[in-house]
Design a binder for this molecule. Structure first.
Ligand code: SF4
Length: 247
């Protein structure tokens, strides 16, 4: 007889396939609407870093439902410009349910009391400051929406539209968008840019782990530059494995 765990897993995989089928033929906005406002209304949220490409998915979500829960992980090491951008985008788009998540004070006291863990163990630093707060905040939801895109390359190069991670479904409505598609949407809707973009920060994370990039560099080349690390961990399962895909 299958264990409860494997039965749950099978049900989750069936749910992922059903969601993928329900989104068939829909563009990014259509898929997002179907998920947030119809199939998983009240059971879904958007996770955003309010980074250089975040305005597109946030604008879409605001058009669909301004009270969509938007989870933002404030690691305590972010740029002031990102915090200001969060507030200005929320106000401009009319997003009424942006929730800033912070690390557990107990975890910080135990693992990173002087704020230098990123130098010696960036994976643990991301785990404490990003992954754990997000996992806790995601508990009430069945589905979370991510703004990841294939064109970023690396571990993102083959992400599908629907994934499974840590017992939940994850939707990537912009999975097949490229930089030009993002720019075109931003121009069409006159979306404000992240203030650090003009200083060549193509992808923005925490201050100690983000640097500007050269014009021809990969958009995420400035994240953990020079280290053997390309992802913070929130898109990796709690067991340390890369997100399992359905496609
Ligand atoms: Fe720590 Fe750097 Fe990860 Fe931020 S990006 S949580 S400072 S290791």
């Amino acid at each position: 007889m299958a264990s409860l765990k494997s039965e749950y897993r099978l049900a989750l995989e069936a749910g992922a396939q059903a969601l993928e089928a329900a989104l068939s033929g829909l563009d990014a906005q259509g898929a997002l609407k179907r998920c947030l406002a119809e199939i998983f209304k009240g059971e879904s949220c958007v996770v955003s870093s309010f980074g250089t490409e975040s305005a597109v998915i946030l604008h879409m979500a605001a058009q669909i439902a301004p009270d969509t829960p938007v989870l933002f992980v404030d690691t305590g090491q972010l740029f002031d410009e990102t915090l200001a951008y969060r507030d200005s985008l929320a106000e401009r788009f009319g997003l009424t349910n942006v929730r800033s998540l912070t690390p557990s004070p107990h975890d910080i006291a135990a693992d990173d009391p002087d704020g230098t863990l990123h130098k010696t163990n960036p994976d643990l630093c991301c785990h404490v400051r990003k992954t754990l707060p997000l996992i806790r905040a995601l508990q009430p939801y069945k589905v979370w929406v991510s703004g990841r895109k294939r064109y970023h390359g690396g571990e993102r190069a083959d992400i599908p539209r629907v994934e499974i991670q840590d017992g939940k479904l994850k939707l990537n409505p912009l999975y097949d968008w490229d930089a030009e598609a993002l720019r075109a949407y931003s121009r069409e809707h006159d979306l404000p840019q992240h203030p650090l973009l003009k200083q060549k920060y193509l992808s923005v994370g925490c201050v100690p782990c983000t640097s500007p990039v050269a014009p021809d560099d990969d958009p995420r080349a400035g994240r953990w530059a020079g280290q053997d690390k390309t992802e913070c961990g929130i898109h990796i399962g709690a067991d340390g494995t890369i997100t399992r895909t359905t496609g």
